[in-house]
Design a protein around this ligand. Structure first.
Ligand code: PHE
Length: 433
């Protein structure tokens, strides 16, 4: 039986409960039991088999150690949660990596620089959060942010649903209204976000974002133009600090459900315009959801860390951020942006897979299945060919295998490919050719 571990370090009982509560209280069936053992430990069982343990480690941090066997995941989603979770174990495992908290990791280096830059610009005004729970309600992630009911980001094919009302956050903005309701007026949030996506050098289903909000109360100037000027000047200084020189910047109109007006900031770097971030003034509806005073207004922005880090550190492949190879990890030091020095890559090989599509087939589900079976040994999955006959459609995909950390053997790749064929046929009901 395949099993996966999900552990999460939390320092306060409240945080732990915030994580567990939605998992437990919203499961409609009665077979999931949540037992509070002592003030400091919990046990969760499914069908009377304990599947998650929570304890305390020596450093007085709570360690939530969930042994979610794939069976338990199936049970949880299949029998307790009607619309069934679409989070594979390989993605659940990523929730404990928290690359942005690892010293000397490029994402951590960048996060620190952004935080310092904002702190220097507005001393002691902002609070900084970097370990908020990744599982959020659809209210937090979408409704409060005025994301329309039919917006693509709500789709089951695009987002990881735990159950019908909880998702792995698709953006850090998901925490904004909760923090506003808690009375926070200025904050910076960093964390891992999750989107079902294809696999290639610049796409990965987990990535990291930094979001920020700044609210101006009734006594401060409320003129919209002044707020926009404040937002833009804050971000222009931020760009200057990150790129460590004067950079050419341009503002493009953007569109987000939660801000109006909205902008995107682009930076001219190495001959290209690089889209760096999205931002704007928070809509009144969002401020209302955050119970912000009627006379207050505010701005928000959100920035993807990987894209920026790839440009600054010259990291050519997004999967390198997840590498455990010392040749990668040893290259970076906190406080410094240094160019990545490529080391010899391990050889790649490819295998093709061809099948007739079924009703159940969706491209993102296929990519995810490949990743679930093959993990990070997959470099790329590309559609090579499509053709139609008698109302049926056939797809041929090329799967390129290459490990970042070691040489793969032929037998190993054959075995993975066989497993992918088996799983794709079984789960997506396609007819292999
Ligand atoms: N959440 C947006 C995204 O993920 C970014 C954003 C944040 C835009 C805040 C505007 C304001 O793309």
């Amino acid at each position: 039986m395949m099993s996966s571990l999900l552990s999460m370090k939390v320092s306060r009982v409240a945080e732990l409960e915030a994580f567990l509560f939605p998992l437990v209280c919203n499961s409609k069936g009665k077979r999931l039991v949540y037992t509070k053992w002592t003030a400091r430990s919990f046990r969760i069982s499914v069908n009377s088999k304990t599947c998650q343990h929570v304890g305390r480690n020596q450093r007085c941090q709570f360690l939530l150690h969930c042994c979610l066997s794939s069976e338990a995941v199936v049970n949880l989603s299949g029998s307790l949660i009607p619309s069934s979770s679409n989070i594979p174990p390989s993605i659940l495992e990523k929730t404990r990596e928290k690359l942005h908290l690892r010293p000397n990791h490029p994402l951590h280096i960048l996060k620190k620089m952004i935080e310092k830059s904002i702190e220097d610009m507005h001393p002691r005004e902002f609070s900084f959060y970097d370990d908020l729970p990744q599982l959020v309600s659809t209210t937090d992630c979408f409704d409060d942010l005025l994301v329309e009911w039919n917006h693509p980001s709500r789709r089951y094919t695009d987002t990881y649903y735990w159950d019908e009302s909880h998702v792995l956050r698709t953006h850090m903005t998901a925490h904004d209204t909760t923090l506003l309701r808690a009375g926070k007026k200025a904050f910076v949030l960093t964390g891992d976000v999750y989107r079902r996506d294809s696999i290639d050098k610049s796409h990965y289903p987990v990535f990291h974002q930094v979001d920020a909000v700044r609210i101006f109360d009734r006594n401060t100037s409320q003129n919209e133009h002044k707020l926009i000027a404040d937002l833009k000047s804050t971000l222009e200084s931020l760009a200057k600090n990150i790129f460590q020189r004067e950079v050419q910047i341009r503002w493009v109109d953007g569109e987000f459900p939660f801000t109006y007006p909205s902008f995107e900031m682009e930076v001219f770097w190495n001959g290209n315009w690089l889209e760096l971030l999205g931002c704007g003034l928070l809509k009144r509806g969002v401020l209302d959801a955050g119970q912000v005073d009627k006379n207050s207004k505010g701005w928000a922005f959100g920035l993807g860390l990987e894209r920026l880090a790839m440009v600054l550190f010259e990291i050519p492949d997004i999967r390198l951020f997840w590498s455990k190879d010392e040749r990668f990890l040893q290259q970076f030091r906190d406080g410094k942006i240094t160019k990545f020095k490529p080391y010899s890559k391990y050889p790649s090989c490819y295998k093709d897979i061809t099948f007739w599509l079924s009703e159940k087939f969706h491209e993102n589900a296929f990519y995810e299945l490949v990743r679930t079976v093959a993990g990070d040994t997959v470099e790329e999955v590309a559609l090579l060919d499509e053709f139609h006959r008698n109302n049926k459609t056939s797809h041929c995909y090329r799967i390129v295998y290459r490990s970042m950390d070691r040489s793969l053997t032929n037998d190993e790749v054959d075995e993975i490919q066989d497993k992918i064929r088996e799983e794709v046929a079984r789960r997506l009901e396609v007819i292999l050719r």
